[in-house]
Ligand binder design. Structure first.
Ligand code: ADP
Ligand code: ZN
Length: 734
């Protein structure tokens, strides 16, 4: 469907609204209007006006269309760059793949509502495209206006009226009659063009080779995916920035997706050093004013490079030439609320629709991407060594069965000694524990009662500094009770297990003179705090860093030489298919923070199971072998990525309702060759935010698409109003 296709002869158009409705609604086209697919329009819906997008006519006519005379008319065309066919196709694709209402997906692409809210001061007038169904009367006054305007140019109202010697009312009348329409006035973009010729660092031989391959892919102006791997610190970022430079030379736009943009201060500095200017940013924390400007700049091609979180995939790029997904293995790319989608996978789709290159980057690639390389679907590039001769850190396991910490402590003697030695040498050490707060569990010593969240299947986590018990799933918080709520015994509640706050307490006792810094999402709220922490570490104002998973993200700390993992077994519990893969990725990334400059790094893993394949992989550093074992385990049972999975999460505030619908779905389960349904069973977090959750898993062979099966299945089972069935295609945590 071409954008230029006018639907002038049409008396009705489908308009997709950013609401979770079944699909586009038909509206009547006023005689004076010519509408093309992609245009933003304002339409009546019940008692209000809603902004939507003229969608493409359906491939086949609807069987029972609403008769023309009952349609309500489009109210106005809005002054905004029309949505490209490419983005409309992407929205349709994501909706179909995730089984979401297209309007819910459209909403993600319309996260700039302020730009579209009826007449703005930014709006002027432009000649309307010809093709309306009626011929409005042309008075001499109107003729003077038409003579004063050139096609495609936007005129501010007052000067135009003055030039044509008419009143502003004449312009409004002409707009009502479809002769002119509102359009955004040209503005000066706030984004400077990154300069691709700005001198970057000279690339080492292997880097240059990889860079050349990526540049060639960008120059080809065709769709292709490359998986760029290489050890932490090997220069992957430098290399893909080279591809971004090539994309700029081609005059096309580039998008870089980062898993946690709020933690990306160092990355942004490097971008600036490489290109002379900052890129446009897109994530949930940018102000609505900036969002509006950025959205418009992207639509008009004035933001050549956008760096963003997963939602940036839905920006209106007119000519996207490259998408980079950095840290492609990260689960942060999966959106779990509303439209459930994986930004890495959807990036590949958007690149295909845009005829763009796509580069997936990681030191610890996902088995999904590795398998796509093996099947020949993706190309692969590898950087084998750290830049500048830095070596990879030596990884050792501390067997907690043999050298346990003292009672009530969490750091075993060998780890404590290593930290002491590191600090004494004037180097930096890091203690990693993927758990916020003081203690993950509070227990009554008298009766054994455990404090749990009233809304979730989860223990309350003590945050001692704030004197709160918190649920990390629903946000429930309460003051620590003085006595056990179960047996009433006073002072019987005791903290069990460590969180980072408790490790900090131990560190303060062991190294009272060391300068300590906690890096966790609740101690570093927001980009500025994270950037300041990174600066303090780089400038050696810190001796000991204690952090949760946010320390695993791409940081470059040249003076950090020791990393201690307090509980290396933490991620291995539970039945998640990818628990081992995740743990290897996370701990390898954490380990990769050590020894990135001249001084060699050392990593100590505290574990009760030193012989676990995960520990062996981390010690040997041979992640390839580990991933091959993972593949060998998943392949025979057709587990992803060798088969497909989709989850149905049935939830209700009434436990019995959830059970009943889950059972009905189970009774109506699809079957047949290569198709299997597991469950219903309690979902992980069987109670979440007060809703009881049950899960059914649809598992198919890889050559069988799950969407048609899911659609038929869901159509067979009535779902009561207060029960929700959420579809999760390619679930990540199960
Ligand atoms: P990765 O993305 O693989 O972890 P980076 O691109 O972050 O690696 O590189 C690690 C460090 O080495 C960074 O500080 C980077 O600036 C530096 N570096 C990498 N390649 C070069 C190069 N060719 N010249 C100078 N510095 C480089
Ligand atoms: Zn909760």
């Amino acid at each position: 469907m071409k954008d230029t296709l006018t639907v002038s002869a049409r008396t009705r158009v489908p308009v997709l609204l950013p609401l979770p409705l079944a699909g586009a609604y038909d509206y009547a086209v006023p005689a004076s209007m010519a509408l093309r697919p992609g245009e933003f329009v304002s339409v009546p819906l019940n008692q209000r006006e809603v902004v939507g997008v003229v969608w493409d006519p359906p491939a086949e006519p609807e069987p029972n269309p609403v008769p023309d005379r009952r349609l309500r008319p489009v109210s106005a065309v809005l002054p905004a760059p029309p949505m490209t066919a490419n983005l409309r196709r992407f929205i349709d694709w994501v909706a179909a793949y995730t089984l979401s209402p297209p309007g819910a997906v459209l909403r993600m692409a319309m996260s700039m509502p302020a730009a579209l809210e009826a007449p703005t001061p930014q709006a002027g007038w432009i000649l309307a495209p010809p093709g309306g169904n009626s011929r409005p009367r042309i008075t001499p006054e109107r003729q003077r206006v038409l003579d004063a305007m050139r096609p495609g140019q936007v005129y501010a109202g007052a000067p135009l009226a003055e030039a044509a010697k008419v009143s502003l009312g004449v312009l409004r009348g002409m707009a009502e009659n479809g002769l002119i329409r509102p359009a955004l006035l040209p503005h000066r973009s706030r984004f400077s063009r990154p300069d691709p010729e700005h001198p970057g660092p000279a690339l080492a031989a292997d880097q240059a080779e990889a860079g050349a391959a990526l540049r060639a892919q960008v120059t080809a102006r065709a769709f292709g995916v490359t998986l760029l791997t290489g050890v932490t610190g090997s220069g992957k970022t430098e290399v893909y920035l080279d591809a971004v430079a090539e994309c700029l030379r081609q005059g096309r736009q580039a998008l870089v997706l980062l898993p946690e943009i709020a933690l990306s201060a160092q990355w942004l500095e490097r971008f600036k050093a490489r290109f002379g200017v900052a890129p446009a940013l897109w994530h949930s924390e940018v102000t609505s004013r900036t969002r509006r400007d950025t959205w418009r700049a992207v639509a008009e091609g004035d933001a050549p490079v956008v760096v963003g979180a997963r939602s940036a995939l839905f920006l209106p790029f007119p000519d996207l030439g490259l998408i980079v997904v950095d840290e492609e293995h990260e689960t942060a790319f999966k959106q779990e609320d509303g439209v459930v989608y994986h930004a890495r996978d959807m990036a590949v789709v958007r690149a295909r629709l845009s005829r763009a290159a796509c580069i997936l980057v990681s030191a610890t690639p996902s088995l999904e991407s590795l398998t796509n390389v093996e099947m020949g679907r993706y190309a692969a590039l590898h950087l084998p060594q750290r830049h500048g001769g830095a070596t990879l850190p030596a990884v050792e396991v501390i067997d907690l069965r043999r050298t346990p910490p003292e009672r009530g402590r969490f750091l075993a003697p060998p780890l404590a000694e290593a930290v002491t030695a590191t600090i004494e040498r004037g180097e930096q050490a890091m203690l990693f524990l993927n758990r916020r707060g003081y203690a993950p569990l509070t227990l009554c010593r008298h009766c054994g009662h455990r404090l749990r969240c009233p809304n979730c299947t989860a223990w309350l986590v003590e945050h001692r500094a704030q004197r709160r018990l918190q649920c990390h799933h629903c946000g429930h918080a309460e003051a620590p009770p003085a006595e056990c709520p179960e047996c009433g015994t006073a002072n019987s509640l005791t903290a069990v297990g460590p969180g980072v706050e408790r490790v900090l307490e131990e560190a303060a006792a062991l190294w009272p003179d060391a300068r300590r810094l906690v890096m966790a999402s609740d101690t570093l709220p927001g980009p500025a705090a994270a950037a300041e922490a990174a600066r303090a570490i780089q400038d050696r104002e810190v001796d000991l860093i204690i952090g949760t998973q946010i320390v695993a993200k791409g940081w470059h700390f040249p003076h950090l030489t020791l990393v201690g993992v307090v509980d290396a077994d933490l991620g291995l519990a539970g039945g998640d298919l990818r628990a081992a893969e995740r743990t290897v990725q996370l701990l390898h990334q954490v380990a990769g923070r050590a020894g990135r400059a001249e001084a060699p790094g050392r990593v100590l893993l505290q574990s009760f199971s030193p012989d676990h394949p995960v520990m062996r992989a981390l010690v040997s550093g041979d992640l390839d072998a580990f991933m091959q074992e993972e593949a060998a385990m998943r392949r025979p049972g057709h587990w992803p990525p060798f088969g497909r999975l989709a989850a149905l999460i049935v939830s209700s505030e009434e436990e019995r309702e959830a059970d009943r619908t889950a059972r009905d779905l189970g009774l109506a389960a699809p079957g047949g060759e290569g198709v299997q349904v597991l469950g219903p069973a309690p979902a992980p977090l069987a109670l979440l935010r007060g809703r009881h959750r049950r899960r059914l898993l649809l598992k198919t062979r890889r050559d069988i698409a799950v969407q048609p099966i899911l659609r038929e299945w869901l159509a067979r089972v009535p779902v009561p109003n207060h029960v929700r069935v959420q579809v999760d295609v390619d679930p990540v945590g199960f």
